[in-house]
Design a protein around this ligand. Structure first.
Ligand code: FAD
Length: 510
């Protein structure tokens, strides 16, 4: 049974017809709960990006996969309805929206949550609408187990991140989150509910992973688990030279000696937005700029590392291991920070950033973020032109840049990455105050476009992560030689293009 459905109040006659549609829909879906009236700027028409907003026809809170299938079948029987699964709406460019369509609030599906042991290894079956932070808390506190691969921020849904990749500091070691699931339950654009894996309905399994929600709605995922560590030594070290930063980061990801490797760019200036105070990890630690060499350029680089350990491990052993590993790195002496935190505190670290941003108004402001994958062979050019020139004043938030290994990504999945054994993720996570304090979002979008234009004009080997394009030609270019496979999967699993219309790849057919 559907939990409930909300519809959006419209102001003119044409739109009052849609009220009838909602009533018909409610009846057709055998909805037990009442139709609730809701303002036109409801949650389903907005996202974290805050750049786009559209009016959906209705927001539906399903309680199980059967409800999702019923909604998709209803849309398929209509001439024009589309269906968007909405995870936690943390998209930037309206990807989880459906103009005049049906939006499914996937968080409403609570079940399943079940630990399984298969051939001696642990897995958890979770709802596609589960938040990763809830998966973490239950797995660790009830079972002492945890997924291996994460995103930095965990108020994201399982189905939402699996529709892209799910990348963080563990990706170099275990691959993206899409490489850490073994089975999915998916409702296709035809309304069929299918279980899929590498061996069963494999085209749907591979297609849905990184599939931008185009082939089906993920209602359940089986996630690989491992024993959760108790503690984490969390370390940050600062570099002035990109070449040295990159050399160290690359050798660390190739050697698998840390459990987590990330890094970010810092502005090298004494202005307030330089980000220096955010680098130290403990209350007693300070960022002392007198250590920065005079030869340093406009930006600095901070390598962020973590090593897991257990309560039973002797502290001096952790110190010895960490000192040994850091001893050969070429960071600026004096700019090394470390702290010991619980595993849960470490994984929930970005929650503190959220609280801070909510406090200063930048959480609810527009977020014109840009995420790219850039091939290792072009990252020095990218650093020279983008970090050191275009972004030399920063982005009012983290600028992530760290290497990933291609062999941890499964090329049968739908996501496309650079054609290189190693590539960097670059993420401009802007938390700019809204005007008049900060620049208009359009100016920041223009800066993103300037960066993309630079990459294109210099023929850098790069791909957008969380891609968004206006034209079919651009999508075809994005997928390159994977386009035919992507389009064929669409024809097989969602031939009328009902699903995820906010991605703007295919148009609904009748
Ligand atoms: P939504 O934005 O709601 O949906 C995204 C897309 O997936 C839409 O097209 C939607 O229709 C589709 N979709 C949603 N649920 C399903 C489902 N069950 N089945 C099929 N399709 C579905 N990403 C990283 O990789 N690493 C990070 O470290 C990271 N950190 C982030 C930090 C913040 C503060 C924010 C805002 C985002 C971050 N992201 C990160 C990006 C995040 O992965 C994406 O926003 C992603 O869309 C997940 O968010 P969501 O669950 O809110 O999905």
């Amino acid at each position: 049974m559907l939990a409930y459905l909300e519809h959006f109040v419209h102001e003119n006659d044409a739109e009052s017809r849609q009220d009838d549609d909602v009533a018909t829909l409610s009846k057709a879906l055998e909805l037990q709960a009442s139709v609730e009236e809701f303002g036109p700027t409801g949650v389903a028409g907005k996202d974290f990006g805050g750049i786009k907003s559209v009016k959906p026809l209705a927001l539906i809170r399903p309680s199980a996969a059967a409800d999702v299938a019923r909604v998709v079948k209803h849309a398929a029987a209509s001439s024009s309805l589309t269906v968007a699964a909405r995870g936690n709406g943390h998209s930037i460019n309206g990807q989880a929206m459906a103009e005049q369509g049906l939006v499914l609030d996937m968080r409403a599906i609570q079940d399943p949550f079940e630990i399984l042991w298969i051939e001696g290894s642990p897995y958890v079956d979770v709802s596609g609408g589960a938040l990763w932070e809830d998966v973490l808390k239950r797995c660790v506190s009830e079972f002492g187990l945890a997924p291996r691969s994460w995103t930095d921020y965990l108020s994201l849904t399982v189905g939402g991140t699996l529709s892209y990749a799910g990348v963080s500091g563990q990706t170099f070691r275990y691959g993206p989150q899409t490489s850490n699931v073994t089975e999915l339950e998916v409702v296709t654009g035809k309304g069929d509910t299918l279980c899929c894996s590498q061996t069963e309905n494999s085209e749907l399994f591979f297609g849905a992973l990184g599939g931008l929600g185009q082939f089906g709605i993920i209602t359940r995922a089986r996630v690989v688990l491992q024993e959760a560590p108790d503690m984490v030594r969390w370390i940050r070290v600062v570099y002035s030279e990109f070449e040295e930063y990159a050399r160290d980061a690359e050798s660390l990801v190739e050697e698998y000696c840390f459990d987590y490797v990330e890094g970010f760019v810092l502005v090298n200036s004494d202005n307030r937005a330089n980000g220096w105070p955010t680098v130290p990890l403990g209350p007693e630690q300070v960022f002392d700029p007198t250590h920065i060499p005079f030869t340093a350029g406009p930006v600095l680089y901070c390598l962020e590392l973590a090593l897991h350990y257990r309560n039973a491990d002797h502290p001096s052993r952790v110190d010895t291991d960490v000192d040994g590993l850091l001893g050969r790195l070429r960071f600026i002496q004096g700019l090394k920070f470390q702290v010991d935190v619980t595993y849960m505190e470490f994984l929930l670290r970005v929650k503190r950033v959220e609280e801070h941003a909510k406090g200063n108004g930048t959480w609810d402001a527009p977020h014109p973020w840009l995420n790219l994958f850039v091939s290792k062979s072009h990252i020095v050019d990218f650093d020279r032109e983008v970090f050191k020139k275009i972004l030399k004043d920063g982005v009012d938030g983290p600028i992530l840049v760290y290497p990933l290994l291609r062999n941890k990504w499964d090329s049968r999945h739908s996501v496309v990455v650079p054609d290189s054994d190693m590539f960097y993720i670059v993420a401009l996570l802007r938390f700019t105050p809204p005007p008049p304090k900060g620049p208009a979002a359009e100016l920041l979008v223009a800066q993103n476009n300037e960066i993309i234009e630079f990459c294109t004009s210099r023929s850098l080997d790069f791909k957008l992560y969380f891609p968004h394009y206006q034209s079919r030609e651009d999508w075809i270019k994005h997928f390159g030689n994977q386009w035919a496979r992507f389009a064929e999967r669409k024809a097989n699993f969602d031939p009328m293009a009902i699903l995820a219309p906010g991605q703007k790849i295919f148009s609904r057919t009748s």
